[in-house]
Design a protein around this ligand. Structure first.
Ligand code: HEC
Ligand code: HEC
Length: 469
């Protein structure tokens, strides 16, 4: 174990704060419009699955629902634990019947902000959507495999269709309560893409240098700046060379280079004679350690690296194999890379890697388990039946069609709050407004929109549709 008693204790406290058991459908967390720093360019969101609050909320519930396993004991969150950057502290994770996974569970952090669209250590899932239902159908993990007497995915759909909360949530997200594998994938994909970490000391430093990653960061110690330079510079085979990490784990996203090959870690846990040569992906390198500085579970697909120093020592002297990435074949006689890092350089590099940790993902309730410890979930409904979400006409919008401004009538004289969505449910405008005062809608794209009006106590007053010209 990597965690002291006092930290285990503070995690228990955190866990208690996180437990809410309630989702207020009239007051969703803002998954759709989380701020993303200007210096972040890479984004693997497919056009058909941009994040909206309703669908991401459904994804959060699915992620933490143990009923997605055949015997109601395992959820995605069992192996991907928020307090550890959505990884597992165990080397291999335990599935539904006590079976072990073949590789270490991956952290799920900034999965969205990457050029690579494929997922899993060996990139066998072509997208995050495709990935998201594979654990459910895995024989060991969640057990809806349809083999060896296990139920199959249609059995899961039947099971979920009988749960009233899901009738509400699917209706809320998609406009009707039909449950399909496709919709489960969209929702889980949105929730996981929403898990973002940009509040690290690295991010603060990069903002201070206006996005210039090579400049010394004013908020860093000398040691951390030296470590950053080592990380960013290509290996030079000697004391002046860098460590070459950035070639594959590319700042400022710290996503894996899609062209990365194998990094020399080839073990198979529990089988010393076997090799696993097809691993070419790593999760994002942010949040390797938690805010207390402890490793978020062991590293690499083998979960065999219990400290950052072990990771650095590996790259300092890489063992060869036939599949190794050419960049790690750096030795003078074609042997594995030998960086010749000094003790001080290793410490510098480690100090830098520790600056990539934020606190938001560990604490933010929007990413937390919404279920009560006894497995119940309370949905606070909208004031109206959700199936009427797109049909309500009890408030009036004029002019309709709208050009630059709209006015909402049929309200009393108090200030109100409004949200305007496009027909895919994406929130475009959310603001305070006053009865009979015009609202600027010039930035909407043309087409049909839905407007929801809330009293300031968040009670839904009404919804209407209007056409933007
Ligand atoms: C029993 C433990 C376990 C459960 C349950 C589980 N996972 Fe995983 N997860 C893993 C392991 C192990 C890996 C790495 C497997 C591999 O690459 O071979 C992984 C990998 C992933 C990845 C790939 C991350 C990346 O960067 O490529 C995602 C995403 C993910 N899981 C999401 C989910 C979702 C969604 C669920 C629930 C539907 C889930 N997992 C359930 C253990 C688990
Ligand atoms: C040639 C590309 C390449 C280079 C260069 C490289 N890595 Fe990696 N890195 C990978 C791959 C691929 C993996 C996944 C390996 C595995 O688990 O088998 C990985 C895994 C890791 C992990 C484990 C992540 C996790 O979630 O378990 C860490 C930490 C890491 N690398 C840090 C570094 C550092 C620090 C450097 C520079 C000294 C570096 N890497 C250089 C490709 C590279």
């Amino acid at each position: 174990m990597y965690f002291s008693k006092s930290n285990a204790f503070s995690l228990i406290i955190l866990a208690i704060i996180f437990i809410s058991g309630t989702i207020d459908l009239g007051r969703l967390f803002n998954y759709a419009e989380q701020p993303v720093p200007d210096y972040i360019d890479r984004d693997n969101t497919p056009n058909f699955n941009r994040i909206d609050n309703e669908t991401a909320t459904l994804g959060r519930v699915l992620f933490y629902d143990k009923r997605l396993s055949a015997n109601n004991t395992i959820s995605c969150g069992t192996c991907h634990i928020q307090a550890f950057a959505f990884s597992d502290t165990a080397q291999l994770s335990v599935g539904l019947d006590g079976g072990l996974t073949g590789r270490h569970a991956m952290r799920i952090v900034n999965s969205r902000f990457a050029q690579e669209r494929r997922f899993f250590w060996d990139e066998r899932a072509q997208s995050l959507e495709e990935q998201s239902t594979m654990p459910i159908q895995d024989h060991v993990e969640m057990g809806f495999s349809g083999t060896d007497g296990q139920p199959d995915f249609n059995d899961l759909i039947d099971k979920l269709s009988d749960i009233p909360e899901y009738q509400t949530l699917f209706d809320f997200a998609f406009g009707d309560d039909n449950i399909t594998e496709d919709r489960i994938q969209l929702a889980l994909g949105q929730f996981m893409r929403s898990i973002q970490s940009f509040d690290s000391r690295f991010d603060q430093g990069l903002a201070m240098t206006n996005g210039n990653v090579n400049m010394g960061f004013p908020n860093f110690s000398d040691q951390e700046n030296r470590g950053k330079a080592l990380y960013l510079s290509p290996p030079g085979g000697g004391p002046t060379g860098g460590a070459g990490c950035n070639g594959c784990h590319r700042a400022p996203e710290f996503d894996i280079d899609p062209a990365s090959g194998n990094n020399g870690v080839v073990g198979v846990v529990g089988n010393p004679d076997a090799t696993d040569l097809i691993v070419t992906r790593a999760p994002n390198l942010r949040d390797l350690v938690n805010p207390q500085g402890q490793l978020n579970g062991p590293m690499m697909h083998t979960g065999g690296f219990n400290s950052l120093r072990m990771v650095i020592d590996h790259y300092n002297d890489v063992p060869l194999n036939p599949q190794i990435d050419p960049r790690l074949r750096g030795g003078p006689n074609g042997q594995g890379q030998n960086l010749n890092l000094s003790e001080r350089q290793k410490n510098d590099l480690e100090a830098f890697l520790r600056t990539l940790t934020g606190s938001n993902i560990y604490e933010n309730p929007m990413y937390s388990d919404p279920f009560e410890p006894d497995g119940t979930l309370t949905l606070l409904p909208l004031a109206t039946s959700t199936s009427e979400r797109f049909k309500l006409e009890d408030i009036q919008v004029y002019p309709n069609p709208a050009i630059d401004q709209i006015t909402v009538t049929g309200l009393d004289h108090k200030p109100y709050f409004l949200q305007i969505f496009d027909l895919s449910g994406r929130l475009i405008i959310g603001q305070q407004a006053y009865p009979d005062h015009p609202i600027d809608v010039s930035r909407l794209t043309s087409g049909m929109h839905v407007i929801s009006v809330y009293a300031n106590d968040q009670q839904l007053i009404g919804r209407s549709r209007f056409l933007k010209r």
